[in-house]
Design a protein around this ligand. Structure first.
Ligand SMILES: Nc1ncnc2c1ncn2[C@@H]1O[C@H](COP(=O)(O)OP(=O)(O)O)[C@@H](O)[C@H]1O
Ligand SMILES: O=C(O)C1=C[C@@H](OP(=O)(O)O)[C@@H](O)[C@H](O)C1
Ligand SMILES: [Mg+2]
Length: 164
């Protein structure tokens, strides 16, 4: 069964996911990375086709990834899709949280179209809007603000082991 990482932009889903996969001996799938391989850079998709189109291809890639026995890191907005939330109900889902103070430096230099304008204030607005969705799907919640990636990986590995 997959272990799925959800949470806002910059919470560490991609970074933690890769390390977690190595820790539990499973393949790693980052759905954004798959989208890039198939459709090109995410900021270009947003600029060319818009967010709505991005959400359609994201759903396709997420649905496929959730059928794999892998550690799966989703994009921050993947939980906006009701079918994805249904899929997640049956799976081991970890919500990585992070405070605005801790996430700000992590987002610097990144290429995330939704916060290209508006910065950290926009990040906070998006996070507040999505909070109930993360809450609804998560079986484990970890505040990553002051935790090392190694410690986060250990906590998830232990939880997933006890759950299996
Ligand atoms: N626990 C952590 N502590 C410090 N920096 C982190 C932590 N987790 C991730 N990062 C850094 O934050 C940035 C964003 O991480 P990333 O995994 O891309 O987030 P996401 O996929 O959730 O948007 C990266 O530079 C990453 O190395
Ligand atoms: O929160 C979002 O809507 C998005 C998050 C990004 O992924 P990360 O959460 O990995 O940064 C990426 O999917 C896209 O820029 C949209
Ligand atoms: Mg990511």
């Amino acid at each position: 069964m997959p272990i799925v990482l959800v949470g806002p932009m910059g919470s560490g889903k991609s970074r933690v996911g890769g390390r977690l996969a190595a820790s539990v001996g499973a393949p790693f799938v980052d759905t954004d990375q798959r989208i890039v391989e198939r459709y090109g850079p995410i900021d270009e998709i947003f600029a060319r086709e818009g967010e709505e189109y991005f959400r359609v291809i994201e759903r396709e890639v997420v649905a496929e990834a959730l059928r794999e026995d892998a550690v799966v890191s989703l994009g921050g907005g993947a939980v906006l899709d009701a079918d994805t939330r249904d899929d997640l109900e049956r799976l081991a889902v970890v919500w990585l949280q992070v405070s605005p103070e801790s996430v700000a430096p992590r987002l610097a230099g990144g290429n995330r179209p939704l916060i290209a304008e508006g910065g950290i204030e926009r990040w906070v607005d998006i996070m507040q809007a999505r909070r109930p969705l993360y809450e609804a799907v998560a079986g484990l919640t970890i505040d990553t603000s002051r935790r090392s990636v190694a410690r986060i990986v250990d906590e998830i590995t232990e939880w997933a082991g006890a759950r299996a």
